[in-house]
Design a protein around this ligand. Structure first.
Ligand code: UT7
Length: 362
């Protein structure tokens, strides 16, 4: 049997462990075929929150950069109700339209969420059913705010391996239903929404070819209890007392997360750039998780990327957790800011803590 021959392309490719050519045939990579997002109709301002908890617009803007967030109407049991899979489906439909694909073309749906429709089964199966994507495997992943990056990384690996061809990756959260609206340290931060991308295969290995160039994902359980919903699982099953204590809602030690966020978002971004052989000066756009404007500023300054290359929507949408990066990406593709051929760096960190980075050529 002939031995496998591994060779590399041009100089840029030589720095990358993702551009391997075997027997003269390039191994396939994944690339973005289409994107979409959905934001629910209710807009809650900082002035609205001033009436609910002891806070001020000035504190929220100064400490986070957030001015408004979108909230899904909670008309439980009525036709007005919006659930997680509704938002995910709306974002998925827009991504399908952008890609020029039908739902039946999709062979895998990955949904990153910690606010699913029900504890069991996966929200992805409701999305599958609502889209009419009859030919695919559908599953959720739980990586909180990093859920979209984790999903993108998994989808990329399936496509590279030849095990999937069209993967719909969705980040979606309906956090307004799991927030304690009496806790000013969390309720001012989060918003609802969904973002989606469709990945498909490419064998174009030319230097500027559209492709997912690298992904990096990590987690560290040492800080698991710094951002947690304490009750409702096997550790603390729901009781009336725990419901009364709001233990089924989000609890966060913000300072713990802030410190680790800056450090890990920088390292995951650097890892993705190193893997792809791309330097900070070659980045056209940074598409960071929108958790806090101060975190974003510190990450970008440490990465030494020019501030004008950083995409921001936290002022309008707040922290939408796993939906944050794909909403921002789709908004800027649709506005024409992100153009074909641009190099986009993404990074996100959330509960777990789980974090990751991704580098894409559009
Ligand atoms: O999505 C991924 C996961 N989440 C994150 O990445 C969030 C990371 N953390 C943060 O973004 C920040 O830690 C927060 C925005 C959550 C908080 O900002 P901070 O500058 O770290 O404030 P702090 O928690 O140190 O609190 C400072 C003060 C405290 O008062 P005292 O003890 O100094 O009197 C808080 O009680 O601000 C008070 N405070 C507020 N005041 C008005 C906390 N929340 C509020 C509020 N309005 N909403």
């Amino acid at each position: 049997m002939r031995p496998l021959r591994w060779s590399f392309g041009n100089a840029r490719h030589q720095r990358s462990n993702y551009q391997v050519i075997k027997n003269g045939v390039s191994i396939r990579r994944s690339k973005i075929l289409g994107t979409g997002h959905y934001l629910p109709p209710i807009v809650r301002t900082n002035a609205d929150l001033e009436k609910m908890v002891d806070t001020t617009d000035e504190w929220i803007v100064d400490r986070t950069g957030i001015r408004t967030r979108h909230i899904a109407p909670d008309g439980t049991g009525s036709s007005e109700n919006i659930v997680t899979s509704d938002m995910a489906t709306a974002a998925g439909k827009r991504a399908l339209e952008a890609a020029g694909l039908k739902a039946t073309d999709i062979d895998m749906i990955i949904v990153g969420t910690v606010t699913g429709d029900v504890p069991m089964p996966a929200t992805a199966v409701f999305v599958q059913q609502k889209l009419g994507a009859t030919h695919c495997a559908s599953f959720d992943i739980s990586a909180a705010c990093a859920g979209f990056i984790f999903g993108l990384s998994i989808a990329d690996k399936f496509i590279r391996a030849g095990a999937a061809s069209r993967v719909l990756v969705i980040g979606v959260e309906l956090l307004s239903r799991i927030l304690d609206w009496g806790d000013r340290t969390t309720c001012i931060l989060f918003g609802d929404g969904a973002g989606a991308v469709i990945l498909g295969p490419t064998t174009d290995d030319s230097p500027n070819a559209s492709a997912v160039l690298a992904t990096s994902i990590h987690s560290d359980g040492a800080l698991a209890r710094s951002l947690i919903i304490p009750a409702g699982g096997s550790e603390l099953p729901l009781t009336h007392e725990r419901l009364d204590q709001q233990e089924h809602k989000v609890h966060m030690r913000g300072q713990d997360i802030f410190k680790v966020a800056v450090k890990n978002l920088v390292s995951a971004s650097q890892e993705a750039m190193q893997t792809a052989g791309i330097s900070p000066t070659e980045i056209d756009w940074v598409c960071p998780h929108q958790a806090n404007l101060r975190i974003i500023d510190q990450v970008v300054s440490r990465l030494q990327v020019a501030p004008e290359k950083v995409l921001i929507n936290i002022d309008r949408v707040g922290n939408t957790s796993s939906a944050s990066v794909p909403i921002l990406l789709d908004e800027n593709i649709r506005s024409g800011k992100i153009k074909p051929g641009d190099t986009v760096l993404m990074c996100a960190l959330g509960a777990g803590v789980a974090w990751g980075g991704a580098l894409l050529r559009m």
